[in-house]
Design a protein around this ligand. Structure first.
Ligand SMILES: Cc1ncc(C[n+]2csc(CCOP(=O)(O)OP(=O)(O)O)c2C)c(N)n1
Ligand SMILES: [Mg+2]
Length: 524
């Protein structure tokens, strides 16, 4: 065997990149990587590839560094694909390695090989390669890392034949590759002048703000302009404190409704957000008639399809710093804040709104909320304000099966932080094996399963797709899933609550537990 191998070189690179956690699910084609596995590394096992990529994704977001993943050749990558799609949409940096059969038997279509490994994860990776020679594997890993970390960030993919790991290789030096873009000064001047001239500006805040550590800069700019601030449709991160006097609420992913809510504003400033993410068809203008749109965005693709207005493509943080460097504008009157929500009273069954209100009263202010519970989103937005940077995570993609493992990855990255996973019953079942991983990792996550025994979002959506009022929707009832039994079978503490009178005690127990805990809440 060679003195310095592909394995040695890749391990050295990973260590240099801070990637000593390897998230994976193993197969024969990856085994050679694990021989003499270094003692400072940890292999984080997920029992389904969606769980593996979900954990690695949460870990990467919370550490702000690319995570490393090892998947099994074609079948493993296929299983992971739904969450790779989410990682791509969330702009999360990851280096995904996949096994491949040994080069010498590739001509014979061997068992488990990936016929077109490079194409398989496209179009949801930024770069995909199977190096031409074994000796090129370390260089490919380094390049995948730098590409993944370049804004807009995202996953990169390297397919590695099993026999490559023991081949000779060279050490790859670590480099500094910085690609934070500062905006074009002329365009910042145009956006700044439009802001100064506006009488009633509105900010629409998106996921890229928190991803880019720009939360404080947005708050300062909003206060300086007395702008009304809206949360962008379907944002996977929170970009503005939802209890702030300037916070006006959330925009839904529907064109006419967005225009209706923004009516009366003369300037819309989309910050780190597409303008706009739509979920259903719409017609007419994209912004109120007579208003202007300006945008600060880290993704040239999004800037390209934005239908109207001026867009600056750059780092969100650097763009905001440039706007803050301009002289302060003439003072503007305080805009109308968000309408107060009526206090929820307990009803006969536990309502989601009552659950969110109770959670707000009991949670530790530093807790991190990870949510994947489609019909709970609106009551959550009403009754569970996110008030700090890195306080909320969900997906920009809409692909279910992400939230549960992402919560595990985030908790792994933030020792000591309390992570609360708010997960729908349907969503939980796409990646329920995350409970096994969290039990092994002994992380103090509280998973709250909002069990309404159905895919409520699809039932709620049916009238918009021509269903008669009350008409049954096939494939949307999920009776008889026992989440307490599922959790216990995988080593998590678990209890169930179905009476409003017992909710507070059950929640406070789950939020204080120092072991992974699942609370199944039967909601109406
Ligand atoms: C991978 C994937 N499959 C299917 C869907 C379609 N889908 C959207 S919402 C939803 C229901 C989710 O159910 P649950 O988590 O129980 O939340 P609820 O709608 O009941 O609030 C489904 C199946 C999806 N978004 N992603
Ligand atoms: Mg449900």
């Amino acid at each position: 065997m060679a003195a310095y191998t592909v394995r040695d070189s890749v391990i050295d690179l990973m260590r240099g990149f801070g990637g000593t956690k390897l998230f994976g699910n193993p197969g024969s084609t990856e085994l050679p990587l694990f021989r003499n596995f270094p003692s400072d590394f940890r292999y984080v096992l997920g029992l389904h590839e969606g769980v593996v990529v979900g954990m690695a994704e949460g870990y990467a977001q919370a550490t702000r560094n690319a995570s490393f993943v090892s998947l099994h050749s074609a079948a493993g990558v296929g299983n992971a694909m739904g969450v790779i799609f989410t990682a791509y949409k969330n702009r999360t940096p990851m280096v995904i390695m996949a096994g491949q059969q040994a080069r010498s038997i590739l001509p014979f279509d061997p068992f488990l090989f990936s016929a077109n490994a490079v194409e398989l994860p496209k179009p949801y990776v930024k770069w995909s390669v199977e190096p031409a020679r074994a000796a090129d594997v370390p260089l490919a890993i380094a390049r995948a890392y730098y590409i993944a970390m370049t804004p807009p960030r995202g996953p990169a993919f390297v397919s590695i034949p099993a026999d490559d790991w023991d081949r000779p290789a060279e050490r790859v030096p670590r480099r500094v590759v910085s690609s934070e873009l500062r905006p074009e000064p002329d365009v910042i001047d145009r956006i700044g002048a439009a802001l100064d001239a506006s009488e009633r500006p509105a900010f629409v805040t998106g996921s890229a703000i928190d991803r880019d550590n720009a939360w404080d800069a947005v708050v300062e700019l909003a206060e300086r302009h007395n702008a009304r601030v809206w949360g962008a449709p379907m944002a996977g991160r929170c970009g503005f404190p939802e209890d702030h006097r300037l916070f006006a609420g959330f925009l839904p992913p529907m064109r006419e409704k967005i225009v209706g809510l923004l009516e009366g504003q003369d300037l819309i400033f989309a910050i780190g957000a597409p303008a706009f993410t739509y979920h259903v068809e719409g017609a007419g203008p994209h912004i109120p008639v007579g208003a202007k749109l300006v945008q600060l965005i880290d993704d040239p693709n999004i800037a390209a399809w934005t239908p109207v207005g001026v867009a600056a493509v750059s780092s969100i943080r650097l763009g905001l710093i440039d706007l803050l460097a301009r002289p302060a504008p003439a003072p503007r009157p305080e805009p109308q804040g968000r309408a107060a929500r009526a206090r929820v009273k307990p009803s006969e069954r536990i309502s989601v709104a009552y659950l969110m209100q109770t959670l707000t009263e009991l949670r530790d202010p530093g807790a991190i909320i990870v949510e994947e519970a489609p019909t709970a989103r609106t009551p959550m937005q009403a009754y569970l304000p996110i008030t700090r940077s890195e306080g909320y995570f969900t997906m920009d993609s809409g692909g279910l099966g992400y939230g549960m493992p992402a919560a595990v990855g985030i908790a792994l990255a933030k020792p000591g932080a309390r992570v609360i996973g708010l997960i729908g019953d349907g969503s939980a079942m796409y990646s329920i094996q995350a409970l096994w991983s969290v039990a092994r990792l002994e992380l103090p996550i509280a998973f709250i399963i909002l069990n309404n025994r159905r895919y409520a979002a699809l039932q709620d959506f049916a009238p918009a797709f021509g269903f008669a009022e009350g008409e049954a929707v096939v494939g949307t009832e999920l009776p008889a899933i026992d989440f307490v039994a599922l959790a216990k079978s995988m080593g998590c503490a678990a209890t169930r609550v179905d009476e409003p009178g017992r909710l507070r005690a059950s929640l406070s127990h789950a939020l204080r537990a120092d072991v992974p805990t699942l609370l199944e809440v039967l909601v109406e």
